[in-house]
Design a protein around this ligand. Structure first.
Ligand code: T4K
Length: 402
């Protein structure tokens, strides 16, 4: 690695050598034991049972049920399909209220089934759906609310569910980020009618590609099991419109191997978060989103808010400085779902009701973490941010297009 970036001449934006020879990604996969994984793959080959609710999928589901303390886990090929199946099994239709500040899959899972996602604003303190913005969006066509536990921080389930009860709406949660997290001591997975986890490669627990719906509702679980397998109920008998949402055995093998390393991965993420917290101290207008250590957290996202009214550089300038150093910081979930297609064309004025989303989506950046980051590497990333802010005038004029 090159020397620390202590003066502006060292920064890659001024022609210095990038701090890292290879790109550092947000979402570099974490690994469990390679040996155990390869052993499992060998066993899959021996069994010649590759998919269709195989023994490893069943074992993976049982582990998740136990970890989350929930009655049913229905494993799926990814969280997007899991969301689609859960939405259909819950019989949502018409309009469903979702936060504008989420990964696009939350909205697309509705739109894909011709259900209109109606975007609610975010709470700037939590980045989650602001309950007080929900009621004004309810119309006679509204059938449900999908809350998202953004960054693994639970949304205000009590307030959301009270509004839903008042208006007779169904509630489910997109818990793609929140596996292994708790809310008032209860594990995420036990709220609403059902909750959806993602086990994509970029998640702290991964199946290469994978997802799951968890629920305490026997009937709903049964329906989703049928729906993920084309609606087949036994040979030659189809009783629902279904799709192919099955998790493969090799993906379940990865999931099980990943789960075995779960505590270790969380400890690494937590260590990284604490190093970032220390390293980013003292920077005006730059704040690390804190995790509540009294609850269970997975610490999988390092989320930084850059308030350009107080910070020497704005979010986009910092991301640009970091990218040329090979630190591929991300602007999740900028510019918000309401500014992406087809929603931008459907609701060109949606932004007028989404002032917090508009403001915060332009201030948030996510930094790399996980097993591939060392203490030194994080120290170096924080050093780049400090140096760039110290030399903000020069950096800004360098970044300005000629
Ligand atoms: N709901 C929410 C709230 C979500 O955040 C997501 C997904 C979903 C639903 C849907 O879940 P899935 O259907 O995916 O199970 C990434 C992930 O692809 C996506 O799963 C995730 N959220 C989202 C927050 O981040 P992208 O498009 O920004 O990044 P991607 O997939 O290109 O990966 C990020 C970086 O990670 C890459 O630049 C390189 C690195 N990487 C990635 C992969 C796949 C690796 O180093 N190795 C790899 O194997 O969406």
């Amino acid at each position: 690695m090159s020397s620390p970036k202590t003066n502006h001449g060292n920064l890659a934006v001024f022609g210095g050598t990038p701090a890292f020879p290879e790109p550092l990604h947000v979402g570099r996969p974490n690994l469990g034991s390679r040996e155990v994984m390869l052993q499992r793959v060998n066993e899959i080959f021996e069994r010649r049972w590759f998919t269709n609710n195989g023994p490893l999928v069943k074992k993976f589901e049982a582990r998740i049920q136990k970890l989350v303390g929930v009655k049913h886990c229905v494993a799926m090929c990814n969280a997007t399909i899991a969301l689609e199946i859960a939405i259909r099994a819950l019989e949502l239709r018409g309009e469903v209220i979702v936060p504008a500040y989420t990964f696009i899959a939350t909205a697309h899972a509705l739109q894909w089934q011709e259900i209109t996602p109606v975007f609610a604003d975010m709470d700037p303190a939590t980045h989650n759906l602001a309950p007080e913005t929900i009621e004004r969006l309810i119309t006679p066509r509204t059938t449900g609310i999908i809350g998202v536990h953004v960054w693994g921080r639970p949304c205000d389930t009590e307030a959301i569910e009270a509004i839903a009860a008042k208006h007779k709406l169904k509630v489910m949660y997109d818990a793609a980020h929140a596996f292994g997290c708790s809310h008032h001591g209860k594990m995420i997975g036990n709220f609403g009618s059902c909750e959806v986890f993602s086990f994509h490669a970029t998640k702290f627990i991964n199946c290469f590609e994978g997802g799951a719906v968890v629920t305490n509702d026997d009937g709903l679980a049964e329906k989703m099991r049928l729906m993920r397998n084309f609606g087949f109920s036994g040979f030659d008998r189809v009783i629902y419109p279904g799709t192919n949402g099955k998790l493969t055995e090799v993906c379940a093998a990865m999931g099980l191997t990943s789960l075995e390393a779960m505590e270790e991965i969380i400890a690494t993420n937590r260590r990284n978060y604490e190093i970032y917290r220390e390293g980013l101290q003292g920077l005006a207008g730059i704040s690390l989103k804190e995790y509540d250590s009294t609850e269970r957290r997975n610490y999988q996202y390092i989320v930084v808010e850059v308030d350009e009214t107080k910070s020497a550089l704005n979010r986009d300038e910092l991301v640009a400085v970091l990218q040329v150093e090979n630190v591929l910081a991300r602007k999740y979930f900028w510019p918000g779902c309401h500014r992406m297609e087809p929603y931008k064309s459907f609701f060109p004025n949606a932004y007028t009701l989404l002032s917090n989303t508009e403001k915060l989506a332009a201030q948030i950046m996510v930094l790399p973490t996980g097993q591939t980051l060392s203490r030194e590497m994080i120290g170096k990333i924080c050093g780049i941010i400090h140096t760039a802010c110290d030399q903000a005038v020069a950096v800004r004029s360098r970044l300005k297009p000629a």
